[in-house]
Design a protein around this ligand. Structure first.
Ligand SMILES: [Zn+2]
Length: 74
């Protein structure tokens, strides 16, 4: 099951949503219960504040969410 990332337009916090079936989308922000939810396209996250992932984002490193990236140096 795919996990999609959403950003709340109210509190600007991001959260992940597990899509159990097609068209299953979150209706409320788990942080503030806001309803202005925007789907974040994973793979091209320019600024990820958490995780200490510091190197330049690229397609090869998009799936890397750890501090030590096996793709760094390219
Ligand atoms: Zn919120």
């Amino acid at each position: 099951m795919p996990i999609y990332e959403y950003e709340c337009g109210e509190c600007r916090k991001k959260f992940e949503h597990l899509q159990r079936r097609l068209g299953d989308v979150p209706t409320q922000c788990p942080h503030c219960a806001g309803r202005k939810l925007k789907k974040v396209l994973s793979g091209f996250s320019v600024s990820v504040p958490s995780g200490g992932h510091q190197h330049e984002p690229s397609a090869a490193c998009a799936s890397c969410s750890h501090g030590s990236c096996p793709h760094s140096g390219h």
